[in-house]
Design a protein around this ligand. Structure first.
Ligand code: AP5
Ligand code: ZN
Length: 214
């Protein structure tokens, strides 16, 4: 099963993508996580990506597309994957479609997690992230067992640099301008499914499982 998660920053794409990956035994591929890991490790890619991410801007397509096209050809992605945060622009979607055509495969579902802008800032300000293993929490809706400590790996949790309210507004603007057009793009491909992302975490996941099947 090859799945794309669409939705505004903070809509819950990452949260749901992790649950999908676990239930269906496919890798969760998040371009945001890949960039954050590169920033943490001080790589050249990380240094380049950071300048854009800190401003709430998108990393240029040419740094992003090849990375994902390589990743989806690795052994663990043979039976499918869930892409989170990619594609994010029409050129990225076109690059993915072309790469999949060459590989003789296609996207089965593009799931749009729909949340209005009003709800987003609240979600972001309460989000806490583990930069070691990529786990995500919320201080109210998905709290870790021990305050500010990752359940999975014990690392201290942080507020992401790009989750400050002024950067969140910028990211929302960029989302509407550059990413929302993908809803049309995948509707035309006949694979778009929309779920109401304002419900509780488990309700959203239930709606996704109804789409994907047990
Ligand atoms: P990325 O990491 O992809 O960030 P994003 O798309 O902005 O998405 P987020 O991770 O912020 O949110 P999410 O939808 O995954 O929500 P989450 O599940 O965490 O990208 C970051 C940056 O990297 C970009 O700005 C860009 O610069 C760069 N980048 C990445 N990919 C790129 C690409 N392809 N091209 C160019 N640049 C790229 O949930 C949010 C919070 O809400 C959490 O605290 C969660 O616990 C809580 N929550 C989730 N669901 C619910 C619910 N139903 N009810 C209550 N709380 C909930
Ligand atoms: Zn962790």
């Amino acid at each position: 099963m090859r799945i794309i998660m669409l939705g505004a920053p903070g809509a819950g794409k990452g949260t749901q993508a992790k649950k999908i990956a676990e239930k269906y035994g496919i890798p969760h591929i998040s371009t945001g996580d890949i960039f954050r890991a590169n920033i943490k490790n001080g790589t050249e890619l990380g240094k380049k990506a950071k300048t854009y991410m800190d401003q709430g801007l998108l990393v240029p397509d040419e740094l992003t597309c090849d990375l994902v096209v390589d990743r989806i050809q690795q052994d663990d992605a043979k039976n499918g994957y869930v892409l989170d945060g990619f594609p994010r622009t029409i050129p990225q979607a076109e690059c993915l479609t072309a790469a999949l055509e060459k590989l003789g495969s296609k996207i089965d579902y593009a799931i749009d997690v729909d949340v209005p802008d009003e709800n987003i800032v609240n979600r972001m300000s309460g989000r806490r992230a583990c930069l070691k293993c990529g786990a995500t929490y919320h201080i109210v809706y998905a709290a870790p067992k021990k305050e500010n400590i990752c359940d999975t790996c014990g690392e201290a949790l942080v507020l992401r640099d790009d989750d400050k309210p002024e950067t969140v507004s910028k990211r929302l603007k960029v989302y509407h301008e550059q990413t929302q057009p993908l809803i049309d793009y995948y509707t035309k491909q006949g694979v778009l499914k929309t779920v109401d992302g304002t419900c509780a975490l488990d309700e959203v996941f239930k709606a996704i499982v109804e789409i994907l099947g047990e």
